[in-house]
Write a new protein. Structure first.
Length: 605
């Protein structure tokens, strides 16, 4: 039995496929169209899923869509009516798209898939909850979902037990922790729905000077974590911006212009909203534990991608363990609605072992064989060296030790926003220059942005203050005290971006200004080749940690195909590219005739 799950028309459209309840494939549409956060109907992702399952649309048993379009439309109409005549520009922009496309999801699915079977429409936050709980290693657990908005709900909690999922309470639009964070993202000059993690990364450079201002004017938080926002400061309900003049007056000026210089003000605002977010999540978690009595907690929704908050929640001990869906945002809704179809609609039994989740390391996207890659490289006339399986890990470890930056393209592409050692750029974590080099010469992004470490799972507690694995790069923990380097008194007095270039640990390239790191632990079981490379690096150079950042440049999605990888490699100052067993050296590459326009000639066929 095959079930297709689909999310679309907000951001990060995606598709997944289950075979008899097992996850076979999942991918975001952006990876195929090369349009970051592509929200269009995921036709390419669906076709990939069908191809991976080796079926055609006639063999699909059920299709599920991740929310209820008519209920969402009801919320939009009621909101516009409540604010009328204010918001007419937004209304005129939004309604035609709903009338032409978004209300006709059922018909669109039938036409796109040539499908006439059952179509299910779970609620948005149920899809989030299902993506976390049903994919988790827990047989029973509480769940907490937090995002911008679904139909009406912006936050919900409840209980999962076996194949049953029950939402116990929610908070409704316009009161939204996700939209509060997005409003600050907008005000500090970053792009909403993609720049929130920049605010999180910027926070340690600031002081929480605006925290009381946020609490006294923007949001009223109760002891159980529920909250009420003063909407007179916000414009997102019916406007084309997130904030308004009253918000500007409160914070003493207009929003920062995108790409303009960051000031201490933006850093302090970022720190303030980050601490408010952490406070609210902690209060919610305590309440959920008290009400449900469950030992474990599952998290999903865009706010669950706030790995600083996640790390603090784990260390609090409120729950014995937490599980975060690696595709916690809307892309993961495609998975959640498919799992609802299997476990709740079909009432299939679920058995979790308490140790292993069902995500297969999140390696659920397309992969390419050595033969396919060699065929592509030979056709294009690109120079490469073919390495055997035994030599490759050590060879790459040697290049890293020689301070080379490498595009690492191996196996199946990751599902979700994080690169986890399949479509990754890697470098030497021991070098203080690596962060600057990769940010400025390869990623072309802001200098303050930290890089994540990939560490062998068995070495995680040796380097970081954490006692369990972190396979999906969704937990932040401090660098172990033994690895930290003491700052001088002068350095301790630094403010803002002056903090950036201080060497803080034995692995400075992955140590943030507050001695923290967003950790990915690498398992031999789920990614044996990446693990073996780390093993060789550790054996020869005494370090089990490398820099890991996503294989893309700023403004583009993570690469999907060998051609995507080659284009990114040539557009940047990466030194080497490894495509499975094929190693390409930058200095050996020559621009082949007719390649200057970088036409995409290699696809899934």
């Amino acid at each position: 039995m095959y079930i297709i799950g689909i999310s679309a028309y907000y951001h990060d459209s995606a598709a997944c496929i289950l075979r008899n309840g097992k996850i076979i494939a999942a991918a975001q549409e952006e990876r195929f169209t090369r349009k970051k956060h592509d929200q269009n109907f995921p036709s390419n992702a669906i076709q990939y899923c069908l191809k991976e399952a080796n079926i055609n649309s006639s063999e699909i048993s059920i299709v599920a869509f991740y929310d209820k379009p008519f209920l969402k439309f009801e919320r939009i109409l009621e909101t516009y009516l409540a604010y009328a005549p204010k918001g007419i520009r937004s209304f005129l922009k939004a309604i035609p798209l709903w009338m032409k496309k978004k209300l006709w999801i059922k018909e669109l699915i039938k036409d796109e898939l040539n499908y006439s079977g059952k179509i299910l429409f779970p609620e948005h936050h149920a899809s989030h909850a299902a993506s976390a709980f049903y994919a988790s290693p827990f047989q029973e657990a509480a769940f907490l979902t937090m995002d911008g908005v679904g139909e009406w709900a912006t936050t919900s909690y409840g209980v999962g037990n076996g194949n049953n999922l029950e939402i116990l309470a929610d908070i409704k639009f316009p009161h939204s922790l996700g939209l509060l964070y997005s409003a600050i993202t907008y005000y500090t000059g970053f792009r909403v729905n993609s720049g929130e993690y920049k605010v999180m990364g910027l926070a340690p450079y600031g002081e929480p000077k605006y925290k009381n201002l946020i609490y006294s004017h923007l949001i009223d938080v109760k002891e159980d974590g529920s909250f009420f926002m003063d909407m007179s400061y916000f414009n997102y309900s019916v406007g084309l911006t997130m904030t308004n003049q009253k918000f500007n007056k409160l914070f003493g000026g207009l929003p920062r212009e995108p790409e303009s210089k960051l000031t201490q003000k933006e850093m302090d605002i970022a720190r303030s909203v980050q601490e408010v977010t952490e406070d609210i999540v902690m209060k919610m978690a305590k309440h959920v534990r008290m009400i449900t009595g469950k030992k474990y907690l599952c998290l999903a929704g865009g706010v669950a991608l706030n790995c600083v908050s996640n790390g603090k929640l784990l260390r609090s001990g409120i729950f014995e363990d937490i599980y975060i869906q690696p595709a916690a945002g809307d892309a993961g809704g495609a998975l959640g609605c498919a799992l609802i179809a299997w476990y709740q609609y079909l009432k299939k039994e679920r058995n979790a072992d308490g140790k292993n989740d069902f995500m297969k390391g999140a390696y659920l996207g397309p992969e390419f064989s050595n033969d396919e890659i060699k065929k592509y490289l030979d056709k294009k006339g690109y120079s490469y060296q073919l390495l055997n399986d035994e030599d490759l890990p050590e060879h790459i470890a040697d290049l890293i030790a020689d301070q080379k930056v490498i595009g690492w393209f191996q196996g199946r592409m990751e599902f979700g926003p994080r690169a986890l050692g399949a479509r990754t750029i890697i470098g030497d974590s021991r070098s203080a220059e690596t962060q600057k080099t990769i940010n400025l010469k390869i990623k072309y992004r802001e200098s303050f942005r930290p890089f994540a470490p990939s560490v062998r799972e068995e070495n995680i507690s040796e380097y970081f203050d954490i006692d369990r694995s972190s396979p999906y790069m969704l937990l932040v923990a401090d660098i172990h005290k033994d690895k930290q380097l003491k700052m001088t008194k002068e350095q301790e007095g630094y403010f803002g971006l002056k903090k950036l270039n201080i060497t803080r640990s034995e692995i400075p390239a992955v140590t943030h200004v507050d001695y923290s790191a967003r950790i990915q632990s690498v398992s031999k079981k789920t990614n044996p080749r990446y693990h073996e490379m780390l093993t060789k690096f550790n054996d020869k150079y005494g370090c089990a940690v490398v820099v890991n950042t996503s294989f893309n440049v700023r403004g583009e999605p993570i690469v999907c195909t060998p051609n995507d990888a080659y284009i990114c490699f040539m557009r940047t100052e990466m030194d080497y590219l490894v495509l499975n067993n094929c190693l390409l050296k930058k200095s050996d590459q020559k621009l082949v005739e007719n390649d200057s326009d970088w036409q995409k000639e290699f696809d899934l066929d």
